[in-house]
Design a binder for this molecule. Structure first.
Ligand SMILES: [Zn+2]
Length: 385
């Protein structure tokens, strides 16, 4: 697929992607926003599925994440790599180009670098992160997004300054993944503020493998985001030998839009044990109660389809606002409404419904963007000063 005159930037701007295992992709496809949506496929057969979907729906934006970051730690010598049927393969520049070409040959709308996981910066010189950007900047391509799968510790302290500097230095759009050990990275101190600062300071940024943080990021200047369809795809994971396996069966979870959070259906059933449950008017629910989903495969899928519909409904509102103050104010109002709905729910149901910490953090004032360092003055500076 060729790009219009504006290229990849125009393709990514205000784009909300759903990140999903390739096997489940076809089931959510009808619910993905056609104009501003799309899919990021994971899993071994992602290339095949990408080609199939793009052949059937050429207008749909589809990319893939080869998930090297869940398998191997990046080093300054080998920032990119790939698991193959012959074992692990570190990728030099020519190999990297070949892998990116392969994604495009499988009709991906844009290519995504197979970056390995970037752990916290122990040495303080950001050597690994710099190696990722340096190598990526040697790619003569205009169809590629550079993936930065980072420990949450890059979102605070002096590491944050390195991160912003490197994203600004990148010639390609950047997709940022945040990882903390099996918890929401945004539950770590200073990370919500740090992420906002990155979004406000860096052009051409996507938040990748995330949850509703997509909206906080886009309200603060991120161009787009990829929201995970399942819990494991909603934040980064550190590389482990057994990554990529099936895992245990997840609980049925739905996005409750007016609360701005994912809630287990069992919890909803507790909340609404004695009063009429909240209903949903999306095209999947058609006015039915949010408490109706069970743990059957059909209901888990219907719950996901509902969630995707609601994500795009929220995104449609965001997209209707102007980037900057108007968008930030819209998001602030969503958070205020969510807080009100939490209180209303607690009083109506006479149960404890606490307002999640991350939503509390998002109600706090935003930090300013980091200043852009002044360009060093050239020798030919004429004597006007
Ligand atoms: Zn619904």
């Amino acid at each position: 697929m060729g790009y219009g005159l504006e290229g990849i930037d125009e393709l990514l701007r205000d784009r909300l992607l759903v990140m999903i295992r390739e096997r489940a992709a076809v089931d959510v496809l009808p619910h993905v926003g056609r104009r501003t949506g799309g899919l990021v496929l994971t899993g071994a057969d992602a290339p095949v599925r990408c080609r199939e979907i793009r052949s059937a729906f050429p207008g749909m934006v589809v990319a893939m994440d080869l998930e090297s970051h869940t398998r191997e730690v990046a080093t300054a010598d080998a920032p990119f790599g790939l698991r193959t049927s012959y074992g692990w393969r570190a990728l030099g520049l020519a190999d990297l180009n070949e892998i990116l070409d392969g994604q495009r040959e499988n009709r991906a709308s844009f290519a995504v670098t197979p970056t390995c996981f970037i752990p916290a910066d122990e040495t303080g010189d950001a050597a690994t992160l710099k190696a990722v950007i340096r190598e990526a900047n040697r790619l003569h391509r205009t169809d590629t997004v550079v993936l930065l799968p980072c420990s949450y510790q890059w979102l605070r302290g002096v590491s944050l300054l390195h991160l912003v500097e490197q994203i600004r230095a990148c010639r390609h759009p950047v997709a940022l993944i945040m990882q903390a050990s099996n918890v929401d990275p945004l539950s770590r101190a200073h990370v919500p503020e740090g992420l906002r600062q990155v979004c406000r300071s860096c052009p051409r940024l996507l938040l990748w493998r995330t949850d509703l943080a997509a909206f906080d990021a886009m309200a603060h200047g991120a161009w787009g985001a990829a929201v995970g369809a399942s819990a494991v795809l909603r934040f980064g994971v550190a590389p482990r030998p057994d990554n990529g396996g099936g895992g245990h069966k997840p609980y049925t979870v739905v996005l409750v839009r007016r609360l701005l959070r994912y809630v287990r259906v069992a919890t909803l059933q507790d909340w609404f044990a004695h009063i009429d449950p909240w209903t949903c008017d999306c095209a999947v629910c058609e006015g039915a109660a949010l408490t109706r989903f069970t743990d059957t495969d059909a209901d888990v899928l219907a719950a996901l389809q509902h969630t995707v519909r609601e994500l795009y409904a929220l995104h449609e509102e965001l997209e209707a606002t102007l980037p900057g103050h108007e968008r930030e104010n819209w998001w602030r109002q969503q958070l205020t409404d969510s807080s009100d709905h939490h209180r209303l729910l607690a009083s109506q149901t006479d149960t404890e419904v606490s307002f999640p910490k991350v939503l509390q953090a998002w109600r706090r004032p935003s930090p300013l963007p980091l200043p852009v360092p002044a360009e060093p003055r050239g020798q030919d500076h004429s004597g006007t000063s």
